[in-house]
Design a protein around this ligand. Structure first.
Ligand code: NAI
Ligand code: MG
Length: 496
């Protein structure tokens, strides 16, 4: 198979799309020369085929990452690591349109949102580049006869498995803290969206990274993903995706070499609107909270609780707002919502819509396909959703929101926490005391007040309960990619 193909986007015209595996700073075919097809979800057409990594390719990539970890990367100074990362950010900055267009093509997200993603990717890599020479230990005063210090050391070879909803953004959240702290990486993209990570890989060598430091492969979860999580020479695995796969990865880590595990999993986040909220603002954020990225967000505000005093007014205005979201061609600059990422996801979401109808919830708007080509679903609002209904309990991961009415603060805290997930939550109110009380009570890794989805690379993000283990972004992520070494030195003579 050739290691690249010519593809076209309305933004870039023709461009060269790499299709191989990026191992040791080179494009290679898989050992078994397997490939798989990449689909454009807006048209259901095949874009190209890319190399599929098998266990054998994972072995080769891990060996390359190990060699770099023990060799060139170990002797690279922290300052130089940071320079490579900021150089990479500079190169990405010169290629925003290309990266965004490839993301839209393969994932279906609107081009304006894809550009937003790429800006966040650049910010994230530059931010962690800045951390590279600020990873510091402590000295600890124990007594006069000894001297103790700590060193945060890299963990080693990190396997990173990412999903398809934010292909480039998830890549940056993963590699940023890993590389800044001196680890090496084998990253597997999601099989639904391999293209942007391959375009990204093309810039790794140009930025100056030594061979083997950052390896990027395409492949399936049950083959390459499973091989990474069970690998005896991978020291850490970081994963974003579904809760069942998160469990499988943890089991694989436990039954192989007890590699360190961080997980960023699903969510069913409550978005709470009190009577005294600025209703126009709240509707805007509730709309953005659920429909951003077509509902394919781990932190989507998919359970909306509205206080009884404004309930009817809120529903009428929210319905109007949802119906105004422009759904369609991802390459139209005005599009807000593109197609779901795949036929499988489309079918899953339509299944949830059927379940909601069967269980007796009311469809206020949507509930059906948009258009006749591509995996588009109309923004959907269910009301009269009770706490036991499937659409209130399970992650739908589509443009479908479940709305319920509440009376008191105490009741809504209970409802908000009535979930096995705990990734995010939001509170809309003009009363600062309500905002702080409810934020403190909600069992979630992120709480937004009078906003939603305001994620920034400087601010930690991650889950309570079954939404995950560990934190990404901010200073907090560094802890997941370093391990503490304590060195104790005896200054006095013999003790015994
Ligand atoms: P998934 O969890 O199967 O896929 C995510 C990543 O894990 C992909 O790279 C995949 O190749 C890999 N993977 C799959 N099985 C694996 C295994 N056994 N070992 C190692 N890696 C494996 O998610 P999927 O099927 O694409 O989506 C299903 C549901 O998962 C969605 O409807 C949504 O509810 C949730 N999800 C949550 C995401 C989040 O951001 N937290 C992202 C994507 C999906
Ligand atoms: Mg695709």
């Amino acid at each position: 198979m050739p290691l690249s193909v010519q593809l076209k986007t309305p933004v870039t015209g023709e461009y060269t799309q790499p299709t191989g595996l990026w191992i040791n700073n080179e494009w290679v075919e898989g050992v078994d020369k397997k490939t798989f097809e990449v689909i454009n979800p807006a048209t259901e057409e095949v874009l190209c085929s890319v190399s599929e990594a098998t266990e054998k390719d994972v072995d080769i990539a891990v060996a390359a990452a190990r060699k770099a970890f023990n060799g060139a990367w170990r002797t690279t100074t922290p300052h130089q690591r940071g320079k490579y990362m900021t150089k990479l950010a500079d190169i990405l900055e010169q290629n925003i349109d290309l990266l965004a267009a490839v993301e839209s093509l393969d994932n279906g997200k609107s081009i304006s949102m894809a550009r937003g993603d790429v800006h966040a990717v650049i910010g994230c890599i530059r931010y962690y580049g800045g951390w590279a020479d600020k990873i510091e230990g402590k000295t600890i005063d124990v007594d006069h006869e000894s001297f103790h210090y700590t060193r945060p050391e890299p963990i080693g070879v990190c396997g990173q498995i990412i999903p398809w909803n934010f292909p480039l953004l998830m890549l940056s959240w993963k590699i940023g803290p890993a590389l800044a702290t001196g680890n090496t990486v084998v990253l597997k993209s999601a099989e639904q969206t391999p293209l942007s990570a391959l375009v990204f890989a093309n810039f790794v060598k140009e930025a100056g990274f030594p061979p083997g430091v950052l390896n990027i492969i395409s492949g399936f979860g049950r083959v390459a993903g499973a091989a990474i999580s069970a690998h005896m020479d991978v020291d850490k695995v970081a994963f974003t995706g579904s809760t069942p796969v998160g469990r499988a990865i943890m089991k694989a880590a436990a039954s192989s070499n007890l590699k360190k595990v961080t997980l960023e999993l699903g969510g069913k986040s409550p978005n709470i609107v009190f009577d005294d909220a600025d209703i126009e603002q709240a509707i805007s954020w509730v709309n953005f909270g659920i429909y951003f990225n077509h509902g394919q967000c781990c932190c989507a505000g998919s359970r909306v609780y509205v206080q009884e005093g404004i309930y009817d007014k809120f529903i009428a205005a929210f319905k109007k707002r949802a119906e105004q979201n422009s759904v369609g061609d991802p390459f139209d600059e005005n599009t807000f919502q593109g197609p779901q990422v795949s036929k499988l996801q489309y079918d899953r979401i339509m299944g949830y819509i059927e379940a909601g109808k069967k269980e007796g919830a009311t469809i206020e708007t949507g509930g059906e396909r948009h258009g006749d080509k591509g995996y588009f679903i109309k923004p959907t609002i269910f009301t009269n959703v009770t706490a036991d209904m499937k659409i209130m309990r399970e992650e739908i991961f589509g443009p479908v929101v479940a709305v319920a009415k509440f009376k008191t603060e105490e009741e809504v805290i209970h409802l908000g926490n009535d979930s096995s997930y705990g990734l995010a939550a939001a509170v809309h109110t003009k009363n600062i005391n309500t905002a702080l009380r409810v934020s403190n009570e909600l069992r979630a890794g992120t709480v937004w007040v009078n906003c939603y989805n305001l994620i920034n690379f400087q601010v930690a993000f991650g889950g309570y309960k079954e939404s995950g283990i560990g934190r990404e972004l901010g200073e907090a992520a560094l802890a997941n990619y370093t391990q503490n070494k304590s060195v104790s030195i005896r200054l006095g003579g013999a003790l015994f």
